[in-house]
Design a protein around this ligand. Structure first.
Ligand code: ATP
Length: 569
C-alpha cells in the first residue's frame, strides 16, 4: 500500500486513469466468464450477435490491459527517475557533517539497492492492478449470480485475508531486518574493495574478515530473507488453498442446503477457477512489494536525515564571488566531534585569527591536531558550533554559507577527481587547461577535449596535479590545499611551494596550505600551529612559534626548476 500511496503522490491523475483501465480490464475478464457460461447454457442466443459481442469484449479487454500497463509502466519509470533525482538533490543539499555521520556505505545502499527494490516493485505493479481487477470482476460476477454463494466466498476470503496479513507482517519484519544486514554488508564490501591489498597480504586477516565479517553478515541476511520468503510462500499457498475449499463447498456442501440452477453453479465454480491464476500471480508478487516497502521505509528514513534542497542553492546569480580575496576573520570559532564515553571528545577552538587578502598561510601541527577540521570550517563545509566567521566584517550566517563557499577552491587530502572539468562553460577552457597541463608536466600523459580528461588512471601524485589544475581554473579568491604536496616528488614539491603558491599569491588570492613540509615553512607569510585543537603559535614569515625563522637551505634535488614549469596566472 505504501508503494501505491507513493505512486499516487507522484502522479495522481495518471494513477487514477491507469487504475480505471485496470478495473475495466478486470470487469471484461469477469464478463468473459459470464459470456462463456451464457454461450454454453443458453443456446437460444443468435450466433452472429454472440460473435460480435465476443469480439467487442476481447478488443475492450486487450485495449484496457494495454492502456493500464503502459500508463503504469510510464508512471513507475517517471516516479523512479524523480526518486533518484530527489535523493541526489537532497544529498547535495545536506550539510557535509551530517553526510559524514551517515557514512558512504549507507548512502550507497540507499541509492542502489533501495531504489532498485522500489523500481522492481513498480515494474510489477501493472500486473498487480490487472490481476486485482480480474479477481474483483470475478467476485462481482459471483455476487450477481448468487448473493448466498458470494456470502460464503466473502467469509472464506475475509478469513484468508486476515490470516495472510498476520503471516505477511512477520515476513515484512524479516525483510526489514535483512535490509539492516545489507547496510553492514555494504560496509564489508567497502572493506573488500578498498582494503584488498591488506587482505591479500595477510592470510589470517583475510580469513577472519571473510568468515567473521562478510560471510557472517551475508549468512544472517540470507537467513532472514529466507524466513521472510518462507512465510510468504506458506501464506500464498494457504490463501490459494482456501479457494479450493470454496470450490469444495460450492460443489458438495451448498447444493444440499441451497438448490441452485446448474448454470449458476457452473458459472460460480468457473469464476473461482478463473480467479486462481491471477491470485497465484498476486501472491507471488507480494514479497516484491514487501521488500519494496522495507526499502521505501529506509528511503523515508534517509529523507528525514537529509535536507530538502533550497531554491537559492542552485540560483545562477547567487554567490558569484569577486576574483580578489577579502579579509576573513575567525572569532571564537569552535567545532566538536562527539565520541562514545570511552574516548574524549575532540574540540577544535575557540579559534581567533585573521586572513588578510593575498596572504599565504601555512597550517601546521601533528596528526589529529585539527588541521583538516579547521579547513572544513574555513571553506564553509562545517558550520561553527559557536563563534563567528566574518568576511569583510560581515558575519557568515547559515543562509549565507552556500554563497560563502563559492569563494573557495580546495584540493582535499582525500580529493575526488572528476573526469570532466565541471561548471566552467567558457569557450577557452580547453586552451587554458592544455596550457596548465603543460606547466604541470602532464601533457604527455593526459589530453583535454571538450573539458574532459582523456584519462584519470594516473599515479596519485599525477591525479593530484589534475585536481590542482581544476582548482586553478576555478579562479576563486581563496585557495585551500590539504597536504597537497605529500604525494609529489621532491622536484614538483619545489615547483608547488616556490612557483605555484607564489603565483596564486601574486594574483591576489589568499592561500591556506596544510603541510608537514618544514623545509618550506619559511616561504609562508604566517604559520598557524595547531596543538590538540588550539592555535599554539602564529609565527610571521618564518618558523611556527619561532618568530622570523631563517630560510632553511634547500637540498640539491629540490633546487627550483626552470621558470617554464611555473604555473602562471
Ligand atoms: N568524522 C569524525 N568523527 C569523529 N572524530 C573525528 C572525525 N574526523 C576527525 N575526528 C577527530 O578529530 C581530530 C582532528 O582531526 P583532523 O582530521 O582535523 O586532524 P588533522 O590535524 O587534519 O590530522 P592529520 O594530520 O592526521 O590529517 C582527530 O583527533 C580525529 O580523531
Amino acid at each position: 500500500m505504501a508503494i501505491m500511496a507513493f505512486l499516487l503522490r507522484a502522479a495522481k491523475w495518471q494513477m487514477v486513469a491507469a487504475l480505471a483501465a485496470g478495473l475495466l480490464n478486470g470487469l471484461c475478464s469477469a464478463g468473459l466468464v459470464a459470456f462463456v457460461v451464457a454461450v454454453v447454457f443458453h443456446k437460444e442466443y443468435p450466433a452472429d450477435r454472440l460473435i460480435l459481442a465476443f469480439t467487442a469484449l476481447v478488443l475492450l479487454m486487450v485495449s484496457s490491459r494495454v492502456c493500464s500497463s503502459l500508463l503504469l509502466t510510464r508512471l513507475g519509470q517517471s516516479a523512479i527517475f524523480r526518486l533518484r533525482a530527489e535523493l541526489g538533490h537532497k544529498i547535495l543539499a545536506t550539510p557535509y557533517r551530517r553526510l559524514q555521520a551517515l557514512g558512504a556505505p549507507r548512502l550507497l545502499v540507499n541509492l542502489t539497492d533501495d531504489v532498485a527494490a522500489v523500481a522492481e516493485s513498480f515494474s510489477w505493479i501493472p500486473l498487480l492492478c490487472i490481476n486485482v481487477a480480474t479477481v474483483l470482476g470475478c467476485l462481482a460476477y459471483v455476487a450477481w449470480l448468487s448473493p448466498p454463494l458470494f456470502a460464503v466466498m466473502a467469509v472464506v476470503m475475509a478469513f484468508g485475508v486476515l490470516s495472510f496479513r498476520a503471516i505477511q507482517r512477520g515476513a515484512i519484519a524479516r525483510f526489514k531486518q535483512a535490509r539492516e544486514c545489507d547496510d553492514r554488508l555494504f560496509q564489508h564490501f567497502r572493506g573488500l574493495t578498498e582494503g584488498v591489498k591488506e587482505l591479500q597480504l595477510n592470510r589470517d586477516k583475510r580469513r577472519a574478515f571473510f568468515a567473521d565479517e562478510l560471510q557472517a553478515t551475508a549468512e544472517r541476511g540470507q537467513a532472514l530473507y529466507l524466513a521472510g520468503m518462507t512465510a510468504y510462500v506458506l501464506g500464498a499457498n494457504w490463501g490459494t488453498g482456501l479457494f479450493y475449499l470454496v470450490i469444495g463447498l460450492f460443489l458438495f456442501v451448498l447444493p444440499q442446503h441451497l438448490p441452485l440452477p446448474a448454470d449458476t453453479m457452473a458459472g460460480a465454480v468457473f469464476a473461482v477457477i478463473y480467479m486462481m491464476a491471477p491470485l497465484v500471480t498476486l501472491f507471488n508478487g507480494l514479497p516484491i512489494l514487501g521488500r519494496a516497502q522495507a526499502a521505501l521505509g529506509k528511503l523515508d528514513g534517509l529523507a528525514g536525515r537529509v535536507d530538502a534542497p533550497s531554491p537559492e542553492a542552485d540560483c545562477a546569480s547567487a554567490g558569484v564571488p569577486a576574483k580578489q580575496a577579502r579579509r576573513l576573520r575567525f572569532a571564537g570559532v569552535t567545532h566538536h566531534y562527539f565520541r562514545d564515553e570511552a574516548v574524549r571528545d575532540f574540540m577544535l577552538g575557540p579559534l581567533d585569527f585573521v586572513l588578510e587578502p593575498g596572504e599565504l598561510v601555512f597550517v601546521v601541527g601533528g596528526n589529529g591536531s585539527g588541521k583538516t577540521t579547521l579547513a572544513l570550517l574555513l571553506i564553509g563545509l562545517f558550520a561553527p558550533e559557536s563563534g563567528t566567521i566574518l568576511l569583510d566584517g560581515a558575519p557568515v550566517t547559515a543562509a549565507a554559507r552556500e554563497d560563502y563557499r563559492q569563494h573557495f577552491s580546495a584540493v582535499f587530502s582525500d580529493f575526488y577527481l572528476f573526469e570532466s572539468l565541471l561548471g566552467f562553460g567558457n569557450r577557452e577552457l580547453d586552451e587554458q587547461a592544455r596550457d596548465y597541463l603543460r606547466r604541470l608536466q602532464l601533457d604527455h600523459k593526459v589530453r583535454i577535449e571538450d573539458g574532459r580528461f582523456s584519462t584519470v588512471d594516473l599515479s596519485q601524485g599525477q591525479r593530484k596535479r589534475l585536481a590542482l589544475l581544476a582548482a586553478y581554473l576555478e579562479d576563486r579568491p581563496f585557495y585551500v590545499f590539504d597536504e597537497w604536496a605529500a604525494d609529489q616528488d621532491p622536484a614538483f614539491k619545489q615547483v608547488f611551494y616556490t612557483e605555484i603558491l607564489p603565483s596564486l599569491k601574486a594574483k591576489g588570492k589568499t592561500v591556506v596550505v596544510i603541510t608537514h613540509d618544514d623545509a618550506y615553512f619559511h616561504l609562508a607569510d604566517r604559520c598557524l600551529r595547531l596543538e590538540d585543537g588550539k592555535i599554539g603559535a602564529i609565527a610571521p614569515s618564518g618558523r611556527p612559534g619561532g618568530g622570523v625563522g631563517a630560510a632553511k637551505p634547500l637540498p640539491a634535488e629540490e633546487q627550483p626548476l626552470e621558470a617554464s614549469h611555473a604555473v602562471a596566472g
